[in-house]
Design a protein around this ligand. Structure first.
Ligand SMILES: Nc1ncnc2c1ncn2[C@@H]1O[C@H](COP(=O)(O)OP(=O)(O)O)[C@@H](O)[C@H]1O
Ligand SMILES: [Mg+2]
Length: 247
């Protein structure tokens, strides 16, 4: 399990506004190595903005972020070399097969792309079947696209996985497979930050859930795969309108 002493993703007093709209208001986060952390919040709560700060796409108005000790605002390329980002809709080369996509992205990243020792084991780990590997990804479902993206992350040996709304639009079976993927990533000590509005999915897979409300962390709960806490009580509390930022 993770060791909180070794913080892989760290946010300190982040503030971010767009025009008159303050999106993040003193957000601080500390995510340890090997931890699966779900950042939960409604539409417009600032989840994607937080991910974009770790990605170095958004420079916060104030406060700071660190990813493996690197400031993504100052050194975006170094920070991005440490992470894999899985957006809500994974963009792949539609006319290439799953295998060719992984091979090509590894080539772009300047990473080792040996089929036998790197690519096949990564595709095995995410459970992409042998026949699916050679099919063009043009017809792939969202769940299969995520498998390709996570296989790429495993093949690159990145320590950090950032996911934006990974379970929206997945059916229950694909959600189950996705949860297993994250457990496989955790078994390799990968640190995962997933932004989601889906409490049940967060509860099923996350070690910790942070509730983002009014631009800051309203509450954090240890989830531990859903077994150790009362999802229903949490759901009621989470659903209360109290101070909830309007989208
Ligand atoms: N580049 C931008 N310019 C202006 N407003 C933005 C920009 N990015 C996000 N916002 C606004 O900031 C708020 C938070 O957005 P976002 O971080 O995407 O929330 P979430 O991912 O939690 O739904 C929303 O009201 C959104 O419209
Ligand atoms: Mg979002």
């Amino acid at each position: 399990m993770h060791d909180r002493g070794e913080s892989v993703l760290e946010a300190r007093h982040l503030r971010q506004s767009y025009g008159a709209r303050q999106v993040l208001d003193d957000l601080s986060l500390d995510i340890g190595r090997g931890e699966i952390y779900a950042l939960l919040g409604g539409n417009g709560a600032g989840k994607s903005t937080t991910l974009n700060i770790f990605l170095g796409f958004v420079r916060p108005d104030s406060g700071s972020a660190r990813l493996c000790g690197i400031d993504p605002s100052a050194e975006p390329d170094r920070a991005r070399a440490m992470l894999a980002y899985v957006p809500e809709n994974v963009a792949l080369y539609e006319h290439l097969s799953a295998l060719e996509n992984v091979d090509y992205f590894l080539h772009l990243a300047g990473a080792d792309r040996d089929r036998e020792t790197v690519i096949d084991p990564a595709l095995d780990a995410v459970g992409l079947s042998a026949d699916a590997r050679d099919r063009r990804v043009g017809g792939f479902s969202k769940g299969m696209r995520q498998k390709v993206a996570i296989a790429l992350a495993l093949a690159r040996h990145v320590p950090v996985l950032l996911l934006d709304e990974p379970t929206s639009g997945l059916d229950p079976r694909a959600t189950g497979e996705f949860n297993a993927l994250l457990q496989a990533a955790r078994a390799r000590n990968i640190t995962t930050l997933m932004a989601t509005h889906d409490l049940l999915s967060a509860a099923a897979v996350a070690d910790r859930i942070g509730f983002l409300r009014d631009g800051r962390l309203d509450e954090e709960v240890a989830a531990g795969g859903g077994a150790r806490f009362d999802v229903e009580a949490l759901f009621r509390r989470y659903s209360e309108p109290r101070g909830r930022a309007a989208a």
